[in-house]
Design a binder for this molecule. Structure first.
Ligand code: ZN
Length: 347
């Protein structure tokens, strides 16, 4: 009998040990009192970074990864640190690598907060985001992503008891971006407006707006003592913000020069931009695939033919007033596109 109990206890202990040593697909880093960054691991099994803030009476999560298993692991890490309820998740933008685990957080009790445009885009534009990499299974998953419960176009302040969290609308990555700032800890979750030593995904972006937003990050009061949690890459500081700005400035300058020299496609990318950009940023990880996309999207923006997602309501508003927008409502980086963004209160 005793042997049987001992055997049972050993199995139970082995089970506990296994559960504790199971690797989580992210590295949890404390970046302030009760403020944590969850940095995607080297195998990218989370899909992006996330984070959370523990307040007096609850927890606010920033982004939910792409893989729900990673989100479940995040919930387990939160539970390990605090018994306080998970009250909110703020999506920094609609991309599925930041919203893919929203249902897990909603099931854990969170209210989903996002920019208004996330509600319109999360189930549709994410199909476009994956392009030829979309599978029927992924399409079904995207079309079932939860819609945000609370939306904003102007930003909001969330109080976790006496702890203040400031959510701001910013421009540049998608046209529906939020940042999350914890003033008492000087931690800014930038979403994908900042990447650390990795080329950013420009698919929906405006580099012009993006640079202005990053200049604002660098000009924050106390920027030198602020921790920046990027959407991708390791925890960053003010020098990383400048490094990222320089990367975007270099990309824009090199593509502009190449265009002026009449270079196109592979000649522009492989023969001109690639060697120069890699030489200027030797400590960055720049894949061929990422670089080809960077140059194509930068080129589109400079040529005034960049496709950006358009908010449905805004599109309706633009039609009777603007003949250019009527012909091509998806066109941005043009007067019509700029007008559309201004009408949305985004610029
Ligand atoms: Zn993104």
């Amino acid at each position: 009998m005793i042997r049987a109990i001992l055997a049972f206890m050993l199995v139970a202990l082995a089970g506990t040990a296994a559960a504790q040593t199971l690797p989580v697909p992210f590295v949890l880093k404390q970046v302030g009192p009760g403020v944590y960054a969850a940095i995607d691991g080297p195998e990218h099994k989370s899909g992006s970074n996330a984070g959370f803030v523990i307040g007096d009476d609850g927890v606010l999560v920033i982004d939910s990864f792409f893989y729900p298993e990673a989100t479940r692991a995040l919930v387990a890490e939160i539970r390990r640190l605090t018994p306080k309820p998970i009250r909110y998740v703020v999506n920094t933008h609609y991309h599925a690598d930041h919203t893919g685990g929203d249902q897990v957080l909603r099931d854990a009790g969170a209210v989903i907060i996002a920019h208004r445009n996330v509600r319109g885009w999360v189930r549709t534009e994410n199909i476009h985001l994956f392009g030829d990499r979309i599978t029927p299974e992924l399409k079904v998953r995207i079309e079932a992503l939860p819609l945000p419960d609370v939306t904003t176009t102007t930003g909001l302040t969330i109080w976790l008891g006496s702890r203040k969290v400031v959510v701001k609308t910013v421009l540049g990555h998608t046209g529906g971006d939020l940042t999350v700032f914890v003033p008492d800890a000087k931690v800014l979750f930038t979403g994908d407006l900042l990447w650390r030593k990795i080329p950013p995904n420009l698919i929906d972006g405006s580099v012009r707006e993006w640079l202005a937003t990053d200049a604002d990050f660098a000009a924050m009061p106390d920027a030198a003592r602020t921790v920046f949690v990027p959407g991708h890459g390791d925890v960053a500081d003010a020098s990383d913000v400048q490094d990222f700005r320089h990367y975007l400035l270099d990309l824009r300058r090199l593509v502009t020069e190449g265009r002026k020299a009449g270079l196109k496609d592979a000649t522009l990318t492989a023969a001109y931009v690639e060697p120069k950009l890699k030489a200027l940023h030797p400590d960055w990880t720049i894949s061929d695939r990422a670089l080809a996309a960077e140059v194509r999207y930068m080129n589109d923006e400079l040529a005034g033919k960049k496709r950006r997602p358009v908010p449905a309501a805004e599109q309706r508003l633009a039609r009777p007033l603007d003949p250019v927008a009527r012909r091509n409502p998806k066109m941005c980086g043009t007067a019509a596109g700029d007008l559309q963004h201004r009408r949305d209160g985004l610029a």
